[in-house]
Every structure is written in C-alpha cells, then in structure tokens.
Design a protein around this ligand. Sequence first.
Ligand code: PEP
Length: 249
Amino acid sequence: MRRKIVAANWKMNGSGGFAKSLISELKVQLSVLDKDVEVVIIPPSLYVAEIRRLISDASFTVGIQNTAQWDQGAYTGEVSAKMAADVGCEYVLVGHSERRQLFGESDQVVADKVQQVLKSGLVALLCIGETLSERQAGQAEDVVSRQLQAALQSLDSNSWNKVMVAYEPVWAIGTGKTATAKDAQAMHLHMRNVLGSMGAPASDVSLLYGGSVKPDNARELFEQPDIDGGLIGGASLIADDFVNICRAV
Ligand code: PEP
C-alpha cells in the first residue's frame, strides 16, 4: 500500500562511532514524527546489524544499498538478498545510478536483482533516472519508461506491494541541482502511468524523489500529489538536515 517514506542512503560514508551518534540524535529529534511517515536507514552493509541494535527502541526500519543478482555461491565479496533478510533488513536499493554507472549494472542485472529481493521477501526500492545528456536530448521520459519496464516486466501480480520506485535524475545526485517540483511531479505522474500500463496497481505504489533534497527544497517536492517521499543521500548524514526533511513529508 502507498506510504510516506524518507530513506537515508549513507552510501560509503561513516563509521561505527558516526552511526551511533547520528542514530541517537535522530531518535531524539524524530520521536514525535507523524506515525504515517516511515524512516528507513540504509547504511553500508557492514553496519546493518549494529544499526538494527541501535534502533531497536525506535520506529525506524533498515535497508541495504545493494545485494547480488544470484541466490548464493562462489561470488566473492557479494551479499545475497536472503542474507540481507536474515540480518533484519526490510528494504534493498536496486539499480542506484552509482551502481549502474560505476559498476556497470545493466537493465538485465537490475531486473535479476529485483527478482532476488522479492524472492527473499524484502521490498525492492528501485532507482531510475536519466542523465543530463538524455534530459537535454528530450529522452528523459523514454529512459525512465525503459528502466521501469526492464526492471519490473517479469513481476507477478502479487509482488507489486513489495516494490517502490525512486526517481533520481542522475544530474541531480550529489550535485546540489534539484529537479523543480513541477518537473519532478510530471515525471512521477509519467511513472505512475507507465506502471499502470504494466498492470501495476499504480496509485498504490510509493514513488520517491531523490537528488540533492535539502531542508529548503523538501517541502515543495513532497507537496506534489505523486511524490510520496524521498531518497536522501548527502543530507541524510547531517542530523538536523535529515530531521527537517523527514518533518517536511
Ligand atoms: C542518492 O544517493 O540516492 C541521493 C539522492 O544523493 P543526494 O541526496 O546526495 O543527491
């Protein structure tokens, strides 16, 4: 069912000490957050178990930034979705643009990862979005349609409640540039239409925006009718900024 979510993607940042102090700050400041808003912490995978322990008395949930496209086996350095479920993760980021660009993840790999995540009973938080040159060439909607279709085309009809999608224009990630609320809303509506054409219960799927969300632009983005929350990178590492973004939802 569609929910309001703010997810913190810490990327490859932090340490045990950093995690402890950030989580304790968030627990204090977000204790009175609207109960309808879910806060998901997505730390580097080595810290998942520790974060789970730290949030045991809070209402936050935990995710992981990446899992393998395979079930198990001789894949040195990889972590499976089943293992992520085993240590208490509820969400898996799939297809983040940094994985697509820096680690060469193709649409097919992303689709295989989605399948593994769903098989393990976790929620796939699928990331999609166009590059600057694709936007300038007028291809943004086509790219987003292709990425959605490629990743989700073999979903069975019972799995849609385990899928969320984050629209993250690549040119906005970590750059300080944000899509205007109007452009972001238009793309989210387009995504809902594409999902509907694929047989999804489109109005029930949570769609997040990501890309340089900050306290001063969060409210306008989150007020848009088809934006259900945010995937937050840099600002999720600063307690006050993340708290204010959560409060803006
Ligand atoms: C992200 O990494 O998913 C992201 C949105 O990063 P930032 O908020 O730093 O642009």
